[in-house]
Design a protein around this ligand. Structure first.
Ligand SMILES: [Fe+2]
Length: 398
């Protein structure tokens, strides 16, 4: 064995859903439900694009033909505890045997939380991390997740984010190892109607999740391999998917990158951008992907400036940022420093090219930036960024 080969530290990977990936994968849902003996279910979708699509009409016909009875719910915006409690009550009333969530991260999180809340005693807020004091026991209705935005990767994770906005607002997780969906059906055709602005924001969320889990202090070679593959495909496909929503190859690339980002974040953790996203999302109505996308470039720049060349862990992070520069831009400039610098430029270019808005468009001001910076946790970020640095980072994107 080479003396230079690093050791692989211990790591564990949580339960992942059964995955069906590809154009037409959604046509397998009815058979999956039939094989599992499911005859009554709850279906949760977003409120807009899917509901007017031919895919939704076709899917309903297939489920009816398979003898499924269901109640369905349309979610507008991000899910809060009240919505989840209401859905769970309805699921109990019809004695549902499964939940099907079709949509972006919000719809799938709502479905995941409602499937769990079916078995919880009392309001779901009592079980949210940092909000309630009760711990979920992990029982849940089986969840079938069909993502439609190519972004959050929540179809691969075991937490559901619920939020309430305002002065006493929060954006917190309901989490248990068992809450991963039993099946993820990732059909790139379901994203064809997803608007360009949502495609851009969710795509940047996926890229942020891949980058943050890749440079995370708790990354492992297993998650690194997935993050590298996801970044390669996201770099090739994000602009194409934003500029031509019917480009099915680009939609497939983004759906794949998003799914991998979910596995990576669930097992390797996230960094400073997601650490700031929770308090930001609780303070103001700003799409999660916009917040992550607009801040990502600044966070990489601030981080690179603070990496100590004499610190071994920082040296690994610098090499990883250089590698991300190559994967995202598709071009190797040779030296690590050149590739890392190119990453900063590439993220600034990409953010503009796909039209990610700045924070000021959502009412973010100096005071909000200070409050969010103060409440930000660094999670598994490779270098410590104090509140002053986070504030400066946020101000740079007003
Ligand atoms: Fe995210």
């Amino acid at each position: 064995m080479s003396a230079h080969l690093p050791t692989i530290d211990s790591f564990s990977i949580g339960r992942c859903p059964r995955l069906s990936f590809g154009v037409g994968a959604r046509n397998g849902l009815a058979a999956l439900l039939r094989d599992a003996g499911v005859s009554r279910a709850g279906i949760i979708t977003g409120a807009r694009s899917l509901r007017v699509s031919p895919a939704w009409r076709q899917l309903q016909a297939q489920l009816r033909d398979a003898g499924l009875e269901w109640v369905d719910f349309a979610l507008d915006g991000e899910p809060g505890p009240a919505f989840v409690d209401q859905v769970a009550a309805e699921l109990r009333r019809i004695e549902a045997q499964a939940v099907i969530a079709i949509g972006g991260g919000s719809s799938i999180d709502a479905g995941k939380a409602a499937a769990a809340a079916f078995h919880l005693h009392g309001p779901v807020a009592d079980y949210l991390e940092g909000v309630g004091t009760r711990v979920p026991d992990g029982r849940s209705l089986p969840l079938y997740a069909l993502p439609t935005t190519g972004g959050t990767g929540t179809e691969a994770t075991r937490n559901a984010v619920l939020s309430e906005i305002g002065e006493r607002g929060f954006k917190k997780s309901l989490r248990h190892e068992n809450y991963a969906p039993v099946a993820a059906i990732v059909d790139p055709e379901l994203a064809v109607g997803c608007p360009a602005s949502v495609t851009a924001a969710s795509g940047m969320d996926a890229i942020t999740q891949l980058i943050e889990s890749y440079v995370s202090t708790t990354a492992a070679p297993f998650t690194d391999a997935l993050a590298e593959s996801g970044l390669l495909w996201a770099g090739r496909c994000i602009e194409r998917a934003v500029h031509d929503g019917s480009d099915i190859e680009a939609r497939a690339g983004m759906a794949y990158a998003a799914y991998l980002s979910g596995i990576c974040l669930a097992n390797a953790g996230l960094g400073i951008v997601h650490g700031a996203a929770s308090p930001a999302g609780a303070a103001l109505t700003i799409p999660h992907g916009v917040f992550c996308g607009t801040l990502l470039g600044a966070s990489v720049r601030f981080t690179l400036e603070r990496l100590d060349p004499h610190n071994a862990a920082h040296a690994v992070a610098r090499r990883k940022y250089a590698r991300i520069g190559v994967l995202l831009s598709g071009r190797d400039r040779g030296a690590d420093d050149d590739n890392a610098a190119a990453l900063v430029g590439e993220l600034a270019r990409l953010t503009d090219a796909i039209g990610i808005p700045r924070l000021g468009c959502y009412g973010f001001g100096v005071e909000t930036a200070r409050a969010v910076a103060f409440a930000t946790s660094g999670k598994s970020h490779p270098v410590e960024l104090d509140a002053a640095a986070v504030e400066a980072m946020l101000l740079s994107r007003l």
